[in-house]
Ligand binder design. Sequence first.
Ligand SMILES: NC(=O)c1ccc[n+]([C@@H]2O[C@H](COP(=O)([O-])OP(=O)(O)OC[C@H]3O[C@@H](n4cnc5c(N)ncnc54)[C@H](OP(=O)(O)O)[C@@H]3O)[C@@H](O)[C@H]2O)c1
Length: 288
Amino acid sequence: MKNIAVTGGTDGVGRAVAIAALRRGHSVLVVGSSAAKGRALLDEAARNGVGDRLEFIAADLRLISENGRLLDELHDRFTRLDRLVLCAQRYRTVWATTSEGIEENFALTYLSRFILSYGARDLLVKGDDPAIVNVCGTGTPIGRVQWDNLRFTVRRSGFSALMQANRASDLLGVAFARHGGDQGVRFVLYNPDFVRTNLQRKLDQPWRTVALALVTVLGKPIGEGVRPLLDIMDRVPQESLSAFRGRHRIDMGSRVFSPGYDPTDARRLRSATDHMLAEQGRQDLRSS
Ligand SMILES: NC(=O)c1ccc[n+]([C@@H]2O[C@H](COP(=O)([O-])OP(=O)(O)OC[C@H]3O[C@@H](n4cnc5c(N)ncnc54)[C@H](OP(=O)(O)O)[C@@H]3O)[C@@H](O)[C@H]2O)c1
């Protein structure tokens, strides 16, 4: 039996991962911001006779403080963690900041995943064949990190901020593999590629209409989108970092994709993130 934590496990891809893990006999902890969605999942698990292996924690992972609290809760509950699956997501194409002053896409798509990946590392190194699976938009070489404007307070473009957050999430994998994977914790970047979930419904207009049209034409049912991910979770590649778009392995060294996985950028972002956390008074959540 594995111990598996799934952020964003109350809906869409994360929910399907959580249910599949319960069916396979694992112990699962799910995180989401809505208590009602958590309750619904707990009820479904109870009806299926697996409720004793599921726990739900409500947390708004846009907030640094909430990620810190979640790490405390993980350490209270587990002595080892085998899989950390990062799915919590809500795209913002209108510029907005959290109550802690962090741009919202950066906060949820990247900073939360940074804090949880490094903060749970001590539990993961004790795990069985441990891995972090970052479910994200990897393999989409759009957008760039704006080094002089990481918080997007200078040019307030929600769409550029969203694209920056996606690039940052890839760089997290590269940085972690270099400064965390050495202890046997592998990092997988996985893009499920157009799956019919609630993600597109939550977009701001006009992107919602565009995304819903695209997903109606190109989108896969959730079960189909999650199947390759479940296979990867069962047999995690040996490399410290791997990236997939559905079943297809992304060649991170290729001319098209390599700029998005640049080790120098990854190191720079890790250091900038540690600095940002220190500025927020959370030295304890830095990567080292
Ligand atoms: N669907 C696609 O076509 C697609 C394509 C490419 C990549 N992806 C990636 O796949 C991952 C999963 O997406 P999905 O399609 O499954 O999305 P989804 O159906 O909208 O589910 C998102 C999950 O994140 C949780 N969440 C949202 N905001 C949160 C917050 N502030 N704090 C904690 N949890 C929060 C939601 O729960 P609450 O509502 O309770 O907060 C829900 O459980 C994402 O990382 C996304 O980037 C999806």
